[in-house]
Design a protein around this ligand. Structure first.
Ligand code: ADP
Ligand code: MG
Length: 311
């Protein structure tokens, strides 16, 4: 006879966001052991990919790889590779070399002032995906300008959710849901159900709440409605438009469904920069991906996604 599975839910902060994990396991001990391992895994990825931590593998790479090849861990290389692939596909709309511009944005959020033209020019000279070179054979990275700063904020959380799900599976857990901010990755549906019921809070003004049933796949939301700095009546979102070097100023929300979190997360960020109709083209580039974009009549602060595994 099969043991009856029970539902367990945990929540910890990782990569600066609430990271709930919901699992079905035979008993609490099993659930705790598996989820602890999943959180430990995410912590390891944070130490690898964070741009906030001075000694992360990513930041050490930025310091060492100017003009010379530096070998990196397999996981960091994979994420960089996927990011560069998307950069090429979107002609740089998705661009992890925006680090210097992101730093200017953070400064603007602190001071309430836009960067001056000289600072913007200087940061732009240190950005651009063509300045980042990858060698698959060497599993190494080379940077082509001093002071470059890589930023995986638009892709790492999705990858971390994927990795956490793999860890849970290694612990024998199949029915699982992991959320990191706007990124959700699901394994098998809750026992006896056809999917994890995710409440999609209405991004639009009509107040409609939709539900989506998710299993063995990922869902990501990205856009300019939640994190922004307002300067002289203009809102600059935390997503940089590499064409201007500034935060997105138009109101946009993108939602992407994909097979895995790394794809959903990065494509959602890309879709927010691209806007319609270009964002829709991503569906042709990635198998099984669905992209939705809202641009008009958006609520300024749209709560993103609420996973509700209970339903
Ligand atoms: P969130 O951080 O709210 O989950 P996203 O997944 O869209 O939202 O990621 C936004 C983050 O991605 C920014 O905070 C920044 O670190 C990084 N970023 C900003 N602009 C770009 C861009 N054009 N391409 C890739 N990454 C970006
Ligand atoms: Mg993203």
């Amino acid at each position: 006879m099969q043991t009856r599975l029970q539902r367990f839910e945990f929540n910890q902060i990782r990569m600066g966001v609430d990271t709930p994990i919901v699992v079905y396991a035979p008993d609490e001990e099993h659930a705790v052991r598996a989820c602890r391992a999943a959180y430990t895994r995410i912590s390891a990825l944070e130490q690898m990919m964070s741009d906030y931590r001075a000694n992360s593998e990513l930041n050490l790479l930025c310091q060492r790889a100017v003009g010379r090849w530096v070998r990196v861990s397999a996981e960091l290389f994979y994420v960089l590779w996927r990011a560069q692939k998307l950069a090429h596909q979107t002609d740089g709309a998705f661009d992890i070399t925006v680090g210097p511009l992101v730093r200017l944005w953070r400064e603007a959020r602190r001071t309430g002032k836009l960067p001056d033209e000289a600072a913007l020019q200087e940061a732009r000279a240190r950005s651009g995906y063509r300045l980042l070179e990858l060698s698959r054979a060497k599993r190494a990275v080379r940077l082509h300008a001093e002071g470059m700063q890589l930023d995986l904020g638009g892709i790492a959380k999705g990858y971390a959710c994927d990795s956490a799900l793999r860890v849970l599976r290694q612990h024998g857990i199949q029915h699982a849901l992991i959320q990191m901010g706007g990124d959700i990755v699901a394994g098998e549906a809750p026992p006896g159900e056809s999917g994890w019921k995710i409440a999609l809070a209405a991004p639009t003004l009509d107040d409609s709440t939709n539900y989506l049933l998710l299993k063995n796949g990922a869902l990501a939301t990205s856009g300019s409605t939640e994190q922004y700095v307002e300067i002289e009546g203009v809102r600059y979102a935390h997503i940089i438009d590499p064409r201007t070097g500034l935060g997105l100023t138009r109101l946009i929300l993108a939602r992407v469904r994909a097979r895995d979190g790394i794809t959903a997360d990065s494509l959602a960020t890309a879709a927010a920069v691209l806007g319609m109709p270009d964002a829709k083209r991503l569906e042709r580039l990635y198998k099984g991906v669905r992209v939705q974009v809202w641009e008009a009549g958006l609520r300024q602060t749209a709560t993103k996604l609420t996973p509700n595994g209970r339903l």
